[in-house]
Structure formats: C-alpha cells, structure tokens
Design a protein around this ligand. Structure first.
Ligand code: URP
Ligand code: ZN
Ligand code: ZN
Length: 463
C-alpha cells in the first residue's frame, strides 16, 4: 500500500479544528499528529500550510440523468460526479425512481446500471417511491437490507410522483418498522395545480408565476401534514429542499416538542430569490426548481435555522437542465419548464461563503456539508470526517482564494451558471477520494469507475 501525508494544514471537522499532519495508508486515514511528530516520509507528501484540510463533501441529494418533463437532467453520473469532485464533494446520494406500475427493484437496477463504472467518487442511493402498493411496501424492507435505507415521497406533482396521505402513511409505517427514513417533498401539489391552471388562464405564463403558484403556505401546510403523519406512523421524517420560513417554523415546532423531524435546505435558497425567477426574456427559467426560490427575506430565517440546527443538512438537489433546448420547453407555459438547478460543484464554496459572511462557523460548515449528511444517511464515520479508520476522502481548501463563478469554467454539463459573475472566497485545491488524488494543480486526475456504490446503514441519529 502506498502512503500519503498532508502536512501542516488546519484540519477542520465538525468537532475540532487543529493544525496537524494527516497520514493516509492506501484508501484510509491512519493517523493525525502534531506537525512534525510523524517522522516517517510518506510516498506522497502534500504541503497544506495556510490551507484547511477538510473531509470531502457529502451531497445527499442529487439527480443525475433524471427523467423530468419529457427530458433528462443534463449531467450523467460521469460528468456529474466529476463536477462534484472539482467542487470538493467526494460522496453523492442519488435517487433511483420507481415508475408507476413498476417495482422498486426495476428502478434501482436501472440506476445501478447508469452509475456502475462511471463515477469519479463514491455514491449511494435513496429510492423514490412513486407507487405505494403492498408489493412496493414489502420491497422497502429488502432495500433497507441492501443499504438503500431512505425513501423519497412526493406530496407534489400529481399524476407523476404524487402520493396521497394514505399512501404516505403506509410508507411511513413501513419505514418505522424497518428503520428506513422517509424523505419528503413537502408541497401541496393538488392546490398548486389549481393555482397554476388559474394563472395560465389569466395569461400568466412567465417563469415568475412558478414561484407565485407554489405558495410558501402550501409548503408550510404540506410540511405540517407530513410531520403529523410521521407522528401517527411513529416514524422519523426528513424534509428535503426546504425553502420557506413558514415551513421551517413547522420543523422547529416539531423538534421543540420532541418529534424526530429533520430538514435540509440548499444553497439556491440561501443565495438566490424570486428576483432571479423574475429575470426578463425567459432568463427566469434558469431558476425554476421546486420548492421554488422565495423572496430574499426568507434567507435570514434559513441561515438562522442552519445555526440552531432546525436545518441539519445542506444538499444541492442538483438537477440541471440546459437553458437551450431544455428550459426552453416551457416558453409560453411555465408549468412545462423542467424543474431543477445545477449545483453539485458549487455547494462547498457557497456554504464557505456563509462562513466568510459570518452566518455560520467553520465547524458548522463541515457539519452541514459533510458530517451530518453522512450520519443522517448511515455513512459515518467512513465518510464525513477525518479520523483514523475513515476513508481518505479529503479536500485541501484555500480559504483566501477568490473564485468567479461561470458556465465558461464550471465542469457541470449545463450551459449556464446560477451564479454567473458572482465572486466567492475560498477554493478547492486538492481532492482525495479513498486515498487517490483526483484533483490537483488545476487538473482532474481521476477516472470513471473509481467511485463505488456505498451500501448505507440506517439513520445514525435514531440509534
Ligand atoms: O426542482 C427540483 N427540485 N427538481 C428535482 C426533483 C425534486 O423534486 O427534487
Ligand atoms: Zn423534490
Ligand atoms: Zn430533488
């Protein structure tokens, strides 16, 4: 086995910050020591003086090659995981889809086939339940045994992914029995569809109306309902892509009263707003995602939630569609714009900007982006930290380098950046995935197939 040492950086984990040397043997971290105390010379020596040495990011919410609205998310597992690596993320958890009338197994097999041999970094799977039946409920148990331990349900998108409350309750009961975690897309899709139809009838076809009809109160109402259903079922709940402060208040109240309710938000809700959705000349389509972007006032509440742990995780919900040819499908009818934004490459930097701007601490940055998603989804301490025995998924991060975001320089397979021209402070310099240097000196040194499937344990906050 070859050895590698990272010398003299500030090692930042969710728990600690210390100047230390990190020793890697093969794929694994074997020691952290005071600078100079490790007197052996490793096969590869990396100097990290003046840099942070952080765990590789864990992005618990991506959609590579996802079919949506008659098209597919533009990143494949190959391009998307490479872009993730450029941005300092070394683990993703993606969402295989059960189609209506089909088994979970069929959906899961299809995703294994898409991902195997393609990924630059390690990956796991949640499962989207689009058809809750007796047989899919039975399959949930089998999947938990295979390390697919979390299941996404939708209160939105009637006729596509939507489940009614009875189906949701049944799936939650099964999750409660098996140790699975229900991830909820919490928006009242039935009411949203009525408002969308009424808006179109009034001639309101522009992207901005996507935000209007997906009202914040309809996110809050669905979040409240999901919490009550989870309480009745005796199951934990994880609300995905939370964007409205009223929905956050429902999570906060549930947590105060002892309910196992968790929630994630995404960088787009912290840095973008309805002003972006209202950009002229159909440019707003670039910012169409669900839950939608909210007025900028919501951002302060989200940052507060990230500080006080009512929001436990920051994921990307990476689901990119090119402006040309894909977002354009919704010209003249905002309901036909494929929902989703690119973000897998920019999460670590944007959240670090939250550190620079004083919203969160450095350790909280790592907790939200690495440690908690790993724990939430049964990967800790293999992923999400730097400790003896952990996978050597490590990022050397320059906290002072400036970076101007642009589609011309990013690595995601999408023709626009949500942050075009915006400068953030902090930049990924070197990335290791299981001990292999995959980004260094401005070059990608990885290969498709290096990344392997991660069977996951059940949620580690509940045991
Ligand atoms: O707009 C979004 N979020 N697209 C991806 C699918 C989902 O609901 O997460
Ligand atoms: Zn969703
Ligand atoms: Zn999503």
């Amino acid at each position: 086995m070859s050895t590698l040492a990272i010398r003299g950086g500030t090692v930042v984990t969710a728990a600690d910050e210390m100047v230390a040397d990190v020793l890697v043997d093969g794929e694994t971290v074997v020691a952290l020591a005071a600078p100079g105390a490790l007197d052996l010379r490793a096969d590869t020596e990396l100097d990290a003086a003046g840099r942070y040495v952080i765990p590789g990011g864990v992005d618990a919410h991506t959609h590579m090659e996802m079919p949506f609205g008659g098209t597919f998310a533009a990143d494949t597992f190959e391009t998307g995981t490479r872009a993730a690596a450029w941005g300092g993320t070394t683990t993703i958890i993606d969402f295989p889809i059960q189609s209506v009338g089909r088994s979970l197994r069929e959906g899961l097999d299809a995703w294994h086939e898409k991902a195997a041999g393609k990924c630059a970094i390690d990956y796991g799977f949640h499962m989207i339940l689009a058809d809750v039946t007796e047989s899919s409920l039975k399959e949930m148990e089998v999947l938990v045994g295979e390390g697919v331990t979390s299941f996404k349900l939708f209160m939105a998108y009637p006729g596509v992914f939507y489940s009614d409350d009875g189906k949701i309750l049944r799936a939650m009961q099964k999750a409660g029995e098996t140790g699975g975690l229900i991830m909820m897309h919490a928006e009242n899709g039935i009411a949203i569809d009525v408002l969308a139809e009424q808006a179109l009838a009034r001639g309101q076809t522009d992207p901005r109306y996507h935000g209007d009809v997906r009202h914040a109160l309809l996110e809050a109402e669905a979040t409240y309902r999901a919490i009550q259903l989870a309480r009745v079922a005796g199951a934990p709940l994880y609300v995905v892509h939370l964007s409205a402060q009223q929905a956050l208040a429902e999570i906060a109240h549930a947590r105060e009263t002892g309910v196992n309710a968790f929630a994630e938000t995404c960088p787009q809700y912290l840095f973008l707003s309805t002003e972006d959705l209202a950009r002229p000349d159909f440019e707003g389509a670039k910012y169409v995602c669900s839950t939608p972007l909210r007025p900028a006032e919501h951002q302060a509440a989200l940052w507060r939630g990230l500080r006080n742990d009512d929001l436990s995780v920051v994921s990307t919900d990476h689901c990119p569609f090119c402006f040309k040819g894909q977002k354009e499908l919704g010209r003249g009818d905002f309901t036909k714009i494929p929902n989703g934004l690119p973000g897998v490459e920019t999460r670590m930097d944007l959240l670090h900007q939250g550190v620079v701007d004083g919203h969160i601490s450095r350790r909280r940055w790592i907790e939200l982006a690495c440690a908690t998603p790993a724990r939430m989804f049964g990967l800790y301490p293999r992923k999400g930290t730097i400790a003896p025995g952990s996978d050597a998924d490590i990022v050397i991060y320059d906290p002072t380098a400036e970076h101007t975001h642009s589609a011309a320089t990013h690595h995601m397979a999408v023709d626009y950046s949500c942050y075009e021209g915006r400068t953030t402070t902090g930049r990924v310099e070197t990335v290791l995935s299981r001990g292999k240097v995959i980004i260094a000196g401005g070059e990608y040194l990885g290969s498709p197939g290096h990344g392997t499937f991660l069977p996951r344990d059940t949620c580690q906050y509940l045991r």
